[in-house]
Structure formats: structure tokens, C-alpha cells
Design a protein around this ligand. Structure first.
Ligand code: AMP
Length: 307
């Protein structure tokens, strides 16, 4: 089963306490695609400017990401500049230039319209809806959003929510959307707005998934060193949706396993700046960390019980 992702393809300038990078390839669709390609074929629908570097296109192409839906227009590629605090769960957006995204109106190729799995990455909810309109019978629709859209285009977002199988957002965004401070209340309140499952991301504290079946919590894989959290949320979604698409079925058990894969993929992204760690990652490394993850949260201790 293949996935279509619509979202930003960007050049990011990032500062963390560990250093910085300028104009590095990023964007929500990019992180999602580079993570989900380990599970299933993925196509990016986005727009870039005339300054988009051929080597970046090549990098995505070599990782089997379908770029037929990546439009190139005259103008500049989307730019984002962010700085992380000492507490890397907190970041400030210092600058954001939509550039060619300002007039982006995606039209999907006919074969992409027949796609079963759709991830609507972080862009304006009316654009997310426009893409959804073009895919008549998807098996699963997931979307991400952020504080900016919740505050400024709430009506558009509220219209989209009942059409979603999965909504991903971070803890502050869940509070902003629901008006509830307590995270359990916030998660449940967002669930009432329509999505079948709500995934609340909590940075180094992991994530909580809310659905009719109840709650499922997954930790972040504990690391000695975090270099740059950019893209962790999108890579989480890439692992989760990638796993669901590969298994071809969506149920509570698979949603839980998928969340573990999401956390595994996110744990790699933060180890290097930008896409640095994700681009060279292998399936063997993912598999090893998945096993280490299961070992980390296994409470049955079967391995440790002496006869
Ligand atoms: P994450 O850290 O998972 O939230 O994703 C970070 C990525 O989102 C960066 O690569 C940015 O280029 C991209 N991004 C930041 N702000 C926006 C925005 N307003 N719209 C679309 N993409 C954004």
C-alpha cells in the first residue's frame, strides 16, 4: 500500500545548544517521507522554488521517494528558521517565509488520487482539505497541525477534523485547540471534535494516543544526547502511518505497534542535525532499536526470571 504525503518541503536554518545549520533540506513532507519509505512506497505532493538544489531532489529520489507531485516554480522555496531552548521541548520560530507555498494549490495525478493512505502534513488546513477532496476513497487519512493554524484558521481546521482517522499534534497545540490544560482532558476533548484517533506528541516525554478504545502511552527512546529535535514529529508520523500502510489494516493493536515504530523513527532524527541521521539509516538499525524499545518497556521480565 502506498502513501501520499502533502506538506512543506523547506530549507531550514536551525540553532540548538549543540550548534546550528543553515538552509538545510527539511519540511514536514520531507521528514515524513524519508521516515515512511522504510515501510512502503511514498509520494510527496508539494511545491519548491527555482532555488531548490538538484542534489536535494536527487537525495530524495535515491531513497525511492516518488517526486512526480513535487512541483517546481519560479520563486523561493519555503524557509523556516527556528531556535531551540536548553529544554529542547521548547522552540521559537524566528522567521518563516511561505514563498512559493503562498499560491500553492495542489492537483494530484490520477494514480495518486487512488491512494489508500494519505498524510496531510503541516500546512494550511484549507490546502489539506483540497487534497483530501481529490482522494475519493482513502483507507486512512491522517493529518498534523500546529499552533499557527489552530489560532488563525480554526474554522477550516474544525471542518477537517471529522474527516480524519488520525490527528497528530503536540501537547501545547492540544491545549490550545481544546481549551483544556490537563492533557487527558485535552486529548479527550480533541477526540470529540471528530478524529477517530488523536496522537498527542510530548517531545522527550513520548506520546499519548487517544481513541474510543482508551489511551496508549509510548515513551521517547531515552538517548544520552539530543542534537536537533526538528522533524521528530513528522518522522513519528512517518513510522506510524508507514507501519499501518505496510500492514494494510488499521485496528487498535496495529495503531499501538505503529506508535512504537513512530517513536523509534523519531529517536533517530534527533541524533543529528536536520535529515542527517535519517538519510543513511538502515532497516537493520530500525529493527535493532525496535527490539531495544520493546525490551525497554517490557514489564513481564520473562528474560530476567531465574528458574
Ligand atoms: P517538526 O519538528 O516535526 O514539527 O517539523 C519541523 C519541520 O516543519 C521543519 O522542517 C519546517 O520546515 C517545517 N515547518 C515549520 N513551520 C511550518 C509551517 N508553518 N508550515 C509548514 N511547515 C512548517
Amino acid at each position: 500500500m502506498s502513501i501520499v504525503v502533502v506538506g512543506s518541503v523547506a530549507y531550514d536554518t536551525i540553532e540548538t545548544t549543540r550548534g546550528g545549520v543553515a538552509d538545510t533540506l527539511g519540511g514536514s513532507a520531507t521528514y515524513f517521507a524519508v521516515a515512511s519509505r522504510f515501510f512502503t512506497p511514498v509520494s510527496i505532493v508539494a511545491v519548491v522554488g527555482s532555488d531548490f538544489r538538484p542534489e536535494d531532489r536527487q537525495l530524495l529520489h535515491e531513497r525511492n521517494i516518488d517526486l512526480r507531485g513535487l512541483e517546481q516554480r519560479s520563486g523561493s522555496t519555503f524557509r523556516w528558521r527556528g531556535r531551540y531552548h536548553e529544554d529542547m521541548n521548547i522552540r521559537d520560530t524566528l522567521d518563516l517565509k511561505l514563498n512559493v507555498f503562498e499560491s500553492f494549490a495542489p492537483d494530484l495525478l490520477p494514480d495518486l488520487q487512488r491512494s489508500d493512505y494519505l498524510f496531510l502534513g503541516n500546512i494550511a488546513p484549507d490546502l489539506q482539505e483540497r487534497v483530501l477532496e481529490q482522494v475519493p476513497s482513502p483507507k486512512l487519512v491522517a493529518a498534523d497541525t500546529m499552533n499557527h493554524w489552530i489560532a488563525d484558521t480554526r474554522a477550516d481546521l474544525l471542518r477537517l477534523l471529522p474527516r480524519l482517522d488520525i490527528l497528530t499534534l503536540n501537547d501545547e497545540e492540544a491545549r490550545l485547540l481544546s481549551g483544556e490544560h490537563n492533557l487527558v482532558k485535552a486529548g479527550r476533548a480533541v477526540l470529540k471534535l471528530g478524529p477517530k484517533t488523536v496522537l498527542v506528541k510530548r517531545g522527550e516525554y513520548g506520546a499519548i494516543q487517544f481513541s474510543q478504545a482508551g489511551m496508549f502511552a509510548v515513551p521517547a527512546y531515552p538517548l544520552e544526547e539530543v542534537v536537533d529535535p526538528t522533524g521528530a514529529g513528522d518522522a513519528f508520523a512517518g513510522g506510524l502511518i508507514g507501519y499501518l500502510a505496510r500492514s494494510g489494516k488499521v485496528d487498535e493493536s496495529r495503531l499501538r505497534t505503529g506508535a512504537v515504530y513512530g517513536s523509534v523513527l523519531a529517536s533517530f532524527v534527533v541524533e543529528k542535525f536536520g535529515l542527517g541521521r535519517l538519510v543513511d539509516l538502515t532497516w537493520e538499525e530500525i529493527d535493532l532499536r525496535y527490539r531495544a524499545f520493546i525490551d525497554l518497556i517490557d514489564s513481564h521480565h520473562s528474560r530476567w526470571i531465574s528458574q
